[in-house]
Structures are given as C-alpha cells and as structure tokens.
Design a protein around this ligand. Structure first.
Ligand code: SF4
Length: 475
C-alpha cells in the first residue's frame, strides 16, 4: 500500500480563509492526502494568505522563506501559495520565491489537485488566478467522508464584495459579490449538523446584501430557514455592513431563538468626514441609530466592531469623534488597526497621510479606552449565570496536555454573546467529557479576566466513580 502524502496548511487572516482552508483540506483528503500538524513532516505545504494588512503579507513572506531550507532537505516536498496575496501577486510570487510550486487564487483553489499534477507534468511552477462568475456547490458526500466536524463551524454563504471601501483590497482579490443558493447552504449545514455541529457562523464579506443581486431570498429569510434546521442550536454571522443592516434583520434578533444576541458591526471611524473618504456610505448618527434599534429589540445584545486609526486626513478632532462613539456604544470588544496603504486600494493615493508615531499614539489611546470598557463589562458578569455551549478543553488545558490538577480538568465554551467561559470539570465524575462537548450548560461566573470568564457549572448532577449510585451536585 502506498503511503499517503501528508499536507500541512498554514492559514493567515479572516474566517473566510479558515473556511477555505477547511474546504481545501476536505478536497485534498478526497484525493488521498492526510493532514499533518507538523510542517517538517509534510509533503505538501500550503499557506493560505491574507492581503488586508501589510503585517499579514510579511507573515506570509517569512513563512515561505522558512520553506527554502526545508526544500533543500526534502526536494520532493511541494509548496503552494493560496488566497488573497496569491490572487493579487500571481507570478510575482514565483519571481520572488522561485522554489514555490503552485500559486492558486481565491476562485481557483478547488482545482488544486489538478494543478499539482500539472506541476509534476511540466516540472515547472504553475499559476492559476483565474476568476469565475460561478460559486461552488457543496459536495455533501465528500464533506461527510473527509471532514472532521467541530461543535462550531463556518459556512460561507457568499463571496466577494461590491462596496469598494477606499482602504480595502477585498473587491479586487475576491471579486464581485456572488451568493450561494439557499438550498446549497441549507444542505451543507444539515450535513454538518448530522455529523455533530451545533453552532454555525454564516460567512460573507457583507452578509446583509445576501441574495440581492441574484434575486434569491433575503438574508433575514435565509436566517429563518437556517433557524428551522433540527439539531442546530446556535446561529451567528459575520460580517455586516452597517449601511445594509435592515429593519427586518434587526427584528430577526427578536424573532429567531437560535440567533445569538451578538453582532459584529464594523464602524471604522466616528467621523462623518472620514467615513465619507472611506466610502462607507453611512454617517456616525445613522450607525448609532441602528445600534439603538438593535438594543431596543434585544437589550442584552453584545456588540463588537472594527476601527481603523490614522486613515489619511484623520485629524485629532476626527479621532476624538471615534473615541466618543466608542464611549456611547460601549462595545464588548473591538479590533483596531493603524491604517496602512494596500496595493490596488484607492486610499494609497491620498496624500495627507498620518505619521506612523501619531497613528501609534492614537491606537494606544483607543485601546486604553476600550480596555476600561471591556474590564467593566467583564466584571459585571461576575455572579451571573450564563448559558455556555461546551466546545472542549480550554487553551490552558490543551497546552498542559495533562489535568490542571488531580481532581479536575478545564473545559471551555462560549456564551451567546460570544464571551469565552472556562470552567473546571471534575475527573471523578463518570460523565464523559466527550459527551459534554456540544451540550449547552449553565455556568455561574466567579472570576473575570480581560479575554475570558471563569465559572462553575450549575445544576449538573455527576455520578461519582468513587461513589457509584451517589450524586455530586455541583451548584
Ligand atoms: S465592505 Fe468595504 S471593508 Fe468590507 S470587504 Fe467590502 S470593500 Fe472591504
């Protein structure tokens, strides 16, 4: 029997790349590969790249650079560069890194097995960055046979973007918006639910405009259909463009019991002048109005956002308007970045750039404000009992590889508002940890940290192994 080739995928960037890497792995497994988590052992190394910020591109370059040494030791190993930078740079990647074997763009990655064969036949690097108007259909049988399903999974509902924010490369590297059919999306989710998924995150660059171009159902209608899938417990989605957040979508939070009360709504700036230069097509006032309506519909709604500081032309006053908006909304958490020029993005031509030390100062000031808001919000959770969907061992537990102490191990899960909750689980209980994964349990919060909460499960009755027939009531 021939030994299976091993494949290692390094994913850089957003959830969309995480999903694409999962699809790629499923396709490669169907072609006889097996997954490895050790890059040195791999026969095929793939880096799925991100072009959104310069740092992500540098990360890719340093990863590919490391492969040069490995290729000398293992000449038959193959290296693939996939994703947004592959789409953007194409054969320039081969010119810069001549030992790369295949460059495959955002629309072509499903053809990778054929491209790898082509690489062997031609004994030369292969580049495929062609774009298509079609969108992939789920191959449910392949998914069932070759995909290791997790409690929580991403499912892409659309690709590309038509919005052309002036700082962003996505419309250029991922192409125009294309939505998958509702039937195809529902079939993929049903297959994943059958094999153990409990929580789905619907992905798209702008899910709020799902189906509009193709005349499919609207996004709120799609959510309603997903909500009806038996066995699915939670629904999330990212990302929403504030301009397309419709009253129907806001009402969905009040109507659909599986839809988590959390929305990631990127605001990018609190200044109308800067929002206009970014081509975001909403004002800070309109954004705040939507936040108010979201909170009217679901008072416990958790809110997160993205912010860019130091966009060209951003004055101190513009920046303080952003801080003021953060104070008003009181986000659970946020992602903030210093603006950086991106090839293809129109804002790189704006002359009035903010100096790097100033961008850095603003970023630190913004983080300090958000940290104090997050701390207050986390501390307010202490003493409350929350619903947690159990995902498995906590990060700390996974690193230790042995129980945190003799009596218990530490598990982790998330609340509907997307807060991480870790909790101890008694090892003397005859409740199998694997049975607990995917269950929704009540946890009383005892401690708050900046990125997580710690608590004790409530109302769970465990039969002690040492005291068969008795119950240890954890409350
Ligand atoms: S909405 Fe704007 S920021 Fe988001 S992907 Fe599209 S162009 Fe980029």
């Amino acid at each position: 029997m021939t030994k299976k080739k091993r494949v290692y995928i390094n994913t850089i960037g957003c959830q969309m790349n995480v999903y694409d890497s999962g699809q790629l792995m499923t396709i490669l497994k169907a072609h006889g590969f097996q997954e490895t988590h050790e890059v040195e052992q791999a026969d095929l190394i793939i880096v799925n790249t991100c072009a959104i910020r310069e740092k992500a591109v540098q990360k890719m370059a340093s990863f590919i650079g490391r492969f040069a040494g490995l290729k000398q030791k293992k000449p038959d190993a193959r290296m693939v560069v996939a994703g947004c930078v592959a789409q953007q740079q194409g054969k320039k990647i081969i010119e810069r890194f001549p030992y790369v074997d295949v460059v495959v763009g955002t629309h072509a990655f499903r053809r990778l097995p054929a491209l790898l064969e082509d690489r062997e036949l031609r004994a030369a690097p292969v580049v495929d960055i062609s774009m298509t108007k079609d969108i992939e259909k789920t191959d449910s049988r392949t998914l069932l046979r070759h995909h290791q399903t997790n409690i929580s999974e991403f499912v892409t509902i659309m690709r590309g973007c038509d919005n052309f924010c002036t700082y962003c490369v996505v419309p250029y590297v991922r192409g125009p918006e294309i939505s998958r059919s509702p039937e195809d999306i529902l079939s993929e989710i049903s297959v994943l639910v059958e094999s153990g998924m409990k929580e789905v995150t619907l992905l798209g660059q702008n899910v709020n405009s799902y189906g509009m171009k193709e005349g499919l159902c609207t996004f709120p209608e799609l959510l309603k259909k997903v909500n009806e899938i038996d066995g699915l417990e939670r629904i999330r989605f990212v990302t929403s463009h504030p301009k397309d957040l419709s009253p129907e979508l806001i009402e969905s939070f009040g109507r659909l019991e599986k839809l988590c009360r959390h929305i990631h709504l990127p605001v990018q700036s609190g200044s109308d002048r800067i929002l206009k230069r970014m081509n975001r097509r909403y004002t800070a006032g309109a954004y705040l109005d939507k936040i108010r309506r979201l909170r009217q519909t679901a008072p416990d709604m958790a809110l997160t956002t993205d912010i860019i500081v130091g966009f060209p032309g951003e004055t101190e006053q513009d920046f303080y308007q952003t801080l003021e908006l953060i104070r008003q909304v009181e986000y659970e958490s946020l992602f903030a970045f210093e603006y950086s020029d991106r090839p293809d993005a129109p804002a790189r031509r704006f002359k009035d750039k903010v100096e790097p030390p100033e961008k850095n100062r603003r970023l630190r000031e913004l983080f300090a404000l958000q940290e104090s808001i997050t701390r207050n919000k986390q501390e307010a959770m202490v003493g409350r009992t929350v619903e947690v969907l159990v995902e498995g061992e906590s990060k700390k537990q996974q690193k230790q590889k042995y129980p945190i102490n003799e009596a218990s191990t530490e598990l982790t899960g998330r609340t509907g508002g997307n807060r991480i909750v870790n909790f101890s689980f008694g090892l003397d209980c005859n409740l199998d940890i694997n049975n607990l994964k995917g269950q929704t349990i009540q946890v009383r919060i005892e401690k708050a940290f900046s990125n997580s909460l710690w608590g004790i499960p409530v109302g769970m009755e465990f039969t002690s192994r040492q005291n068969k027939g008795g119950y240890v009531h954890v409350a």
